[in-house]
Design a protein around this ligand. Structure first.
Ligand SMILES: *Cc1c(COP(=O)(O)O)cnc(C)c1O
Length: 403
């Protein structure tokens, strides 16, 4: 079959999730099945948790590795009324593909193409006065009003205006509104510890945010939306829902709070599979892969999996990355290489070249992206987002996301 990528947004295969030997994957080395029905259902589930707020589906970083355009369209079908992206280039790709949903981006530098953003009706974030100035200049050049969200640093210590800088930013934005080139439509912030439900900074940041909102409104700003909740806050801090929630990881069916024993009804969207490229016998004592980091102590049968760190398999999954092969849970044997790794199938294995290996997914018995995160000392976000460009994404599930 031909590879399906983000440029073929609306093409979907017949559902293959759970039936990995479907002909669509015949001949593929490694691929990711992206279940758009699950994605739309996750958006609906999150929407039901925050029923009085609008929902922004965060699709930055190629939709956390799942494919920007198909995910954005499925999220809108699931009820998202906003989309969020980190960088302008991502937002331009959405608009240039014909997606008209309200859209916010939040990372820019001096010289960013603010004019292109205003022309495409993309909302922009400002954390400092120079951003307002550049946006206003670009907007007046093309005779439009830019839509701007002012970001306050309420204690994340990353983006946003901190402390007294907020007062300066608010006053600067208010003055800039006077000539019609910018309008402040949003006020927003981001949490540092939303994934630790009991952490005292969560409430402190929330309080600081609502003070900052009051200050901005007293100064004359009239925002349409106030927003602060990422996935974790959407799931576990209802008091932070405000006018708009901004879930990312949860729309992909992964939990931001793995220590909380609840899947919140979310369904994993990505399943990563590969086919064995070679099966062969090796004698006891023959070290496996670079550096011989794994040495079988009995005569055994090994399989070669054609997926490596170029595809997003972490190199530190060496000897620990979990797999499902032939209905059995096992782990990677030896070093993960750029394009491949080895699995010890055990003495007497009847596996054959072409058999399917599941790295992670969501079906019973399959390792999860969280299992990979635990094994490699990272978070599930990184496991899915790092998937390499050469891994085809196969879109499965009902195109209308009706399930
Ligand atoms: C990435 C991001 C989100 C989504 O975060 P999740 O933890 O994936 O839900 C929300 N808001 C901002 C500003 C972000 O950068």
């Amino acid at each position: 079959m031909s590879q399906i990528d983000a440029s073929d947004a609306e093409r979907t295969t017949t559902p293959t999730a759970g039936s990995p030997t479907a002909p669509e994957t015949h001949g593929l080395t490694v691929w990711a099945e992206i279940d758009l029905t699950a994605l739309a259902a996750n958006v609906r589930t999150l929407g039901a948790l925050a029923p009085t707020s609008e929902l922004m589906a965060v699709v930055k970083a190629d939709a956390y590795g799942h494919g920007l355009l198909p995910v954005a369209r499925a999220a809108v079908r699931g009820g998202a009324t906003w989309l969020g992206a980190a960088q302008l280039v991502e937002a331009f790709a959405l608009r240039d593909a014909g997606i008209t949903t309200r859209l916010l981006t939040w990372l820019s530098v001096p010289g960013s193409d603010f004019g292109g953003a205003v022309e495409r009706d993309i909302d922009l974030s400002a954390s400092a006065p120079w951003v307002i100035d550049e946006i206003a200049a670009a907007a007046s050049r093309i005779g439009r009003t830019a839509r701007v969200h002012l970001k306050v640093d309420t204690g994340l210590g990353r983006g946003g205006a901190y402390g007294r800088d907020w007062t300066t930013l608010v006053q600067h934005a208010h003055r800039a509104e006077a000539d019609g080139s910018v309008r402040v439509v949003g006020l927003w912030t981001h949490f540092a510890h939303a994934d630790s439900p009991e952490h005292p900074t969560v409430l402190a940041q929330q309080e600081r945010f609502f003070e900052a909102v009051t200050e901005a409104e007293r100064a004359g700003l009239r925002p349409e939306v106030r927003h602060l909740a990422n996935s974790a806050a959407t799931l576990v801090h209802p008091s932070a829902h405000a006018d708009l929630v901004r879930p990312g990881i949860a729309i992909y069916g992964l939990t931001p709070v793995p220590q909380v024993d609840d899947d919140f009804g979310l369904r994993p969207v990505m399943t990563l599979r590969a086919r064995l490229a070679l099966v062969k016998a090796l004698p006891a004592g023959q070290g496996i892969s670079y550096g011989h980091a794994y040495v079988p102590d009995v005569d055994t049968v090994v399989g070669l999996v054609p997926a490596g760190y170029a595809d997003g398999v972490p190199r530190n999954a060496t000897n620990v990355g979990p797999l499902l092969v032939d209905g059995q849970r096992t782990t990677i044997a030896g070093r993960v290489c750029m394009d491949q790794f080895v699995v010890d199938l055990g003495p007497g294995s009847r596996a054959r070249a072409g058999d399917v290996v599941t790295l992670f997914g969501g079906a019973p018995g399959e390792p999860t992206a969280q299992d990979w995160a635990d094994a490699t000392d990272t978070i599930s976000y990184e496991i899915v987002t790092r998937l390499g460009a050469r891994v085809p994404r196969l879109y499965v599930g009902a195109p209308e996301g009706t399930a």
